[in-house]
Write a protein that binds this ligand. Structure first.
Ligand code: KDG
Ligand code: MG
Length: 409
């Protein structure tokens, strides 16, 4: 079975998704996710105008060989654009292999280590009452672990509200991803946010009790001193984990956050290669590795990194926002079933319109996801429906502090 054609589909049923389509000479078609939020077109051009030419004629089942060829022969390697392109190709090849052998991808990865997948959902509140009510609704639905975010009015100026913009990206609750963001207004104050984070966490524990796991994503916004303080002050509330206290390049400083507190730490959604994960694993600075299968080159390298993490006692918590497509979520779930050191799966529901393009239905009960035994990744793509939803250019959010300086969002 040889690769006969590689192409892409860029579609926007609700938000933009870049799908890589690989066709084999036997007629089997595989799909993979290559969506890089805000930079979908550069990935598309890379796949279509460069990588496709390397692939046509290759044996479709030699997935690792193809991955190595594309990663290493391009010589100037790495980066999110290249690794997203590679991910789309890698996932599509696993999908083809599964379909050709009538086997789910998790079976090709060695088979299931577990029967179902513990997942956490997001909960966002514009005020305390809403946050608590929505958390309770999630718990009534069976959720065992919640990732919470909130909005904080500036105590000195109630007209200014500090929001955590990654929440808008994840849920599209209040999205402002288009327009000119170069001169975004000042909307961030870490001190006010930190104070409210401790208050809100206390409130949630008080109202929801000890039986629900709590996760908070600081989204790389804190300084080292702030991260140390937050991790320590959150200790009494026994978080499931605190995510991304620091930006990834400042990784050495995680040592200090680790030393300051027993709050479990998670990191990794901005990593692109196995080598990126080495310091945090070797030094045991994190408890959960949050790779994004779509920005990390796909299932093959994510599997390799999970194996490495296992050797250091670190569990997986693969990134699962709604800005990657159901194909990527399916890839996550196949890995979740197959890796021994699975920890938890982030799961952000897609808008219903997304399922007009991706034929996928999630089966969640009692806080766990049941993965259907469908061949390949188990997600079909309706290409005609995709064509009816053309690409809509958009930007990621921007954040500035009170002095007008750019701040990590
Ligand atoms: O595109 C950016 C999002 O994927 C990111 O902000 C979501 O941090 C995120 C998370 O943990 O889901
Ligand atoms: Mg995150």
């Amino acid at each position: 079975m040889h690769i006969s054609r590689v192409s892409t589909i860029l579609t926007c049923p609700d938000r933009n998704y870049l799908i890589v389509r690989v066709e084999a000479d036997t007629g089997v078609v595989g799909y993979g996710d290559a969506t890089l939020n805000g930079r979908e077109r550069p990935v598309q051009v890379l796949v279509e105008e460069h990588l496709a030419g390397w692939l046509e004629g290759h044996e479709a089942e030699r997935i690792e060989d193809i991955w190595q060829m594309l990663f290493r022969h391009t010589y100037f390697r790495g980066g999110p654009v290249m690794l997203s392109a590679l991910a789309g190709i890698d996932m599509a090849l696993w999908d083809i292999k599964g379909k050709a052998h009538d086997a789910p991808v998790y079976d090709l990865l060695g088979g299931r280590c577990r029967d179902r997948v513990l997942a956490y959902l997001h909960v966002h509140g514009r005020n305390d009452e809403e946050l608590i009510a929505r958390s309770r609704a999630r718990m009534d639905y069976g959720c065992r672990v919640l990732r919470y975010s909130f909005e904080t009015p500036d105590p000195r100026n109630p007209d200014t509200v500090y929001r955590q913009p990654h929440q808008d990206i994840a849920t599209k609750e209040r999205v402002e991803v288009t327009g000119d963001l170069r001169h975004a207004p000042a909307v961030w104050d870490s001190e006010v946010y930190m104070r409210d984070l401790i208050r809100v966490t206390h409130l949630l524990r008080d109202e929801l009790g000890e039986d629900v796991g709590l996760i908070h994503d600081a989204h790389e916004r804190l300084s080292v001193a702030e991260a140390r303080q937050v991790a320590r002050e959150l200790e009494p509330y026994h978080l499931f984990f605190l995510e991304d206290p620091l930006e990834p390049l400042g990784v050495g400083a995680l040592r200090e956050v680790r030393a300051a507190s027993a709050t479990p730490l998670a990191m990794g959604e901005l990593y692109n290669t196995v080598a990126d994960t080495l310091p945090v694993l070797q030094e045991r600075w994190i408890d959960y590795l949050r790779l994004d299968v779509t920005h990390f080159g796909g299932i093959s390298p994510a599997r390799r990194a999970a194996t490495l993490a296992d050797a250091y006692g670190v569990r997986t918590a693969f990134h699962g926002p709604s800005d990657i497509s159901p194909l990527a979520h399916a890839a996550n779930l196949h890995l979740d079933l197959a890796v021994p050191n699975f920890g938890i799966q982030e799961f952000v529901e897609h808008d219903a319109r997304v399922f007009s393009v991706f034929d996928w239905k999630i089966d969640m009960s009692d806080g766990y996801i049941n993965v259907p035994a469908r061949p390949g990744l188990g997600v079909d793509v309706d290409e005609d429906a995709a064509a009816r939803h053309p690409y809509t250019p958009g930007y990621l959010p921007a954040l500035r502090d009170a002095m007008g300086a750019v701040h990590d969002w």
